[in-house]
Design a protein around this ligand. Structure first.
Ligand code: 13P
Ligand code: ZN
Length: 281
């Protein structure tokens, strides 16, 4: 089968375009990766042509020998559906987990996203906790970014304020959100900081930059990004009217969601508040 005819490639491209249509991918902002299933690799590998091995910039031993579909560095999400072979590519990770080579795509001399260290380290820690997690997605959603200027950059507070904006939030991401302070993007340090969060949580916010999520498929990962950003939009609207809440969802009300929805909402985020000012504990 041709790579562009494969279902996982169609799903990847659709998700990239959905993100573009949401306004989360100005210019070349954001990147997407998918850890390809062995049977999917087999179905398209007749089209692979291996390039030279290059350094990843970090080590991902538990992903040795695996293949990934990734967006290209400097490529625009809005171009993925009209020019996929230029915008996206498939890479193979070597047996040491420290090098990769392009086997398909990036036809005009492109290379994988500059956030490849973050994507691969996230995919590695996610695989350890759930082998079904295959998608890692980074974008620049307006409202989440705006909140990183006004909320404390603390996991529990950031999570709690977002959770209170929509009942579905603690059900969809019950472990909460981790926050990475401002860091230089594109390297190993920010990848390590993000993967420490992704080892237990599905959502990591990069202060004054954007957000990372993971998921078992494209719908789950995109839906998670959408859910967090929607709640962030509600919070931005609330904050535009007042810095205090008249009423909100209470800790015991969150706990009441556990049994009916089969989740275990992170208790660390269900602290008793001493203040009704948004962002204060
Ligand atoms: P790339 O174009 O290299 O993927 O970078 C975009 C981005 O969002 C960096 O954080
Ligand atoms: Zn970015």
């Amino acid at each position: 089968m041709k790579v562009l005819e494969a279902k996982f490639v169609e799903g990847f491209m659709r998700m990239a375009n959905d993100g573009w249509e949401q306004g989360w991918h100005e210019r070349n902002g954001g990147n997407l990766s998918y850890r390809i299933k062995p049977e999917e690799v087999d179905s398209v590998k007749e089209e692979f042509v291996a390039g030279d091995w290059r350094e990843i910039g970090t080590e991902v031993k538990d992903l040795a020998g695996e293949y990934f579909l990734v967006t290209g560095s400097g490529k625009y999400f809005r171009n993925v559906i009209i020019d996929p072979t230029d915008s996206i590519g498939i890479i193979e990770v070597d047996e040491t987990g420290s090098k990769y080579r392009i086997v398909w795509g990036f036809v005009n001399g492109g290379r994988p996203t500059s956030e490849l260290p973050s994507h691969l380290m996230n995919l590695e820690v996610c695989k350890k906790r759930d082998a079904e997690i295959r998608v890692v997605y980074h974008c620049h959603p307006t409202n989440v970014i705006a909140l990183t200027y006004v909320l404390p950059l603390e996991d529990e507070i950031f999570t709690r304020e977002i959770w209170e904006m929509a009942t579905e939030c603690p059900i969809v991401f019950s472990k909460g959100i981790g926050v990475v302070p401002w860091m230089v993007p594109g390297g190993r340090d920010i990848a390590v900081a993000t993967s420490e969060i992704m080892a237990t949580k599905d959502v990591a916010v990069w202060a004054h930059h954007g957000m990372f999520v993971c998921g078992t498929d494209f719908d789950i990962a995109f839906g998670l990004m959408h859910t967090v950003e929607k709640a962030a939009e509600v919070l931005v609207k609330v904050l535009s009217m007042t810095n205090k809440k008249r009423q909100t969802i209470q800790p015991d009300e969150f706990r009441a969601l556990n049994a009916p929805f089969g989740v275990q909402i992170n208790e660390e985020c269900l602290y008793e508040k001493k203040s009704d000012i948004i962002g204060e504990r």
